[in-house]
Design a protein around this ligand. Structure first.
Ligand code: ZN
Ligand code: ZN
Length: 412
């Protein structure tokens, strides 16, 4: 275990830099029950910082699995109203939301993909209203992780449970800069680096990005008025927060009708407790028209068929290979980490805030601008030291954006 002092530093970073908790604000935390000790540290700190209420929703992998194994379909595919109302009531009150994410990547490997797809779809539909608060940055929210035994042993299969948890703690602490003397100052400097990179890209106004790597030849148009974001975000009332810790990406949105070619994954994707690995997708006019996967092809098929927008892209993110997550050399089987080791794209819903005026547009208007909509938003990794990206400017000149997995543009 890392020391209590380190955990306290991490808790404080999550509250101040992550959700930027304000006095008299409520805090809703989703946390793994195995992480109760750490979660209590977070709760205590939150009250010290002036929270008016700290509410925890415990996530228990073992009970989740028991439900999948035993409950009838109508229970699996139904999210009770009170659950939705509970989440929405906190959002309406302007609460901050902290997600501590740490599921076992193999939790649902023996459950039929149909059942998992049904549950995922039901949850996504039920949480549509709540998700608007986070995806449009109406409230401050953040996702962090702490180790749990099953997850740690997936990453370090040759270690004992205890040693695996210890190793994962050490990796996380380093990646989120909690090993530094002043993690909050370290994050301010890091956010500034990301702001500089996104400003460079925003000035370029590329109309197209071209991705080339083994198995990948992809042309991706970007909509007019697209905005590159990254690092910290702002709520409507001006509170700065960090939606993901770690975060190493600058990201924008593809034109939903303008993606053509094939893209190959470079890391396994943990999708709701099932792994999809070594897969590729072929796009025509923005839509996936062909796909294959060495592992989890069934799960991928269900994801793609979940709704109309699940076959189109909602995000493109650039992450250089120097990222501390990439430098750790680990595969985390957890998107929060793996997406920050590698350039990635997402199937499904785009962030409306990635388009000028997008947060104020209705669904029809967003569609007209090529902003994708879906119940899902699933990031997957396409970056490696073999990835080259070109940017095509409005005057049709082309320049190198990424070479061999890292910035070719001067973003400093
Ligand atoms: Zn991303
Ligand atoms: Zn994403």
């Amino acid at each position: 275990m890392v020391s209590k002092q380190t955990q306290e530093k991490y808790a404080e970073l999550a509250l101040r830099t992550g959700v930027n908790l304000q006095k008299n604000q409520a805090l809703m935390i989703n946390a793994p029950i195995e992480g109760a000790d750490f979660t209590r540290i977070v709760a205590r700190k939150a009250y010290e910082l002036g929270a008016k209420n700290v509410h925890i929703n415990w996530v228990d992998d073992e009970l989740t699995l028991l439900k999948y194994e035993n409950a009838p379909d109508e229970v699996i595919a139904n999210v009770p109203d009170w659950k939705v109302q509970m989440q929405e009531s906190f959002a309406k009150d302007g609460a901050a939301v902290l997600n501590i994410r740490a599921t076992n990547p193999d939790l649902l490997k023996d459950i039929s993909p149909e059942r998992v797809a049904k549950a995922n779809k039901a949850a996504a539909e039920a949480m549509k209203g709540f998700r608007k608060y986070t995806m449009n940055d109406i409230i401050a929210w953040s996702i962090i992780s702490i180790p749990t035994g099953d997850w740690a042993q997936k990453i370090f299969p040759d270690k004992s449970r205890e040693d695996a948890v210890e190793s994962l703690w050490n990796a996380i602490v380093k990646i989120v800069r909690v090993d530094q003397d002043d993690p909050i100052a370290a994050w301010e400097a890091h956010n500034q680096t990301l702001i500089t990179a996104r400003e460079v890209l925003n000035k370029k106004k590329y109309k197209k990005l071209v991705f080339k790597a083994p198995g990948t030849e992809l042309d991706m148009e970007l909509p007019e008025g697209h905005i590159w974001k990254g690092g910290s975000a702002q709520t409507e009332d001006g509170t700065t927060f960090n939606p993901n810790m770690p975060t190493e990406e600058v990201f924008s949105l593809p034109y939903k009708y303008g993606v053509n070619g094939t893209v190959a994954s470079t890391k396994p994707l943990n999708y709701g407790g099932s792994l999809i690995d070594n897969f590729s997708l072929t796009f025509k006019d923005g839509k996936v028209v062909d796909f294959k996967a060495e592992q989890g092809e069934d799960v991928l098929k269900h994801l793609l068929d979940s709704d109309e927008g699940a076959r189109r892209l909602g995000e493109v993110a650039l992450v250089p290979d120097e990222s501390p997550v990439s430098q750790s050399g680990l595969i985390f089987y957890n998107t929060l980490f793996d997406e920050n080791a590698s350039c990635h794209i997402a199937l499904g819903k785009a962030y409306p805030t990635n388009l000028e005026g997008g947060a104020q547009m209705d669904e029809e208007e967003l569609d007209k601008h090529g902003v994708n909509d879906s119940l899902s938003h699933v990031d997957f990794m396409i970056g490696s030291e073999n990835l080259d990206i070109d940017g095509v400017k409005e005057d049709d000149t082309t320049e190198a954006v990424f070479r061999s997995g890292t910035w070719a543009l001067d973003v400093k």
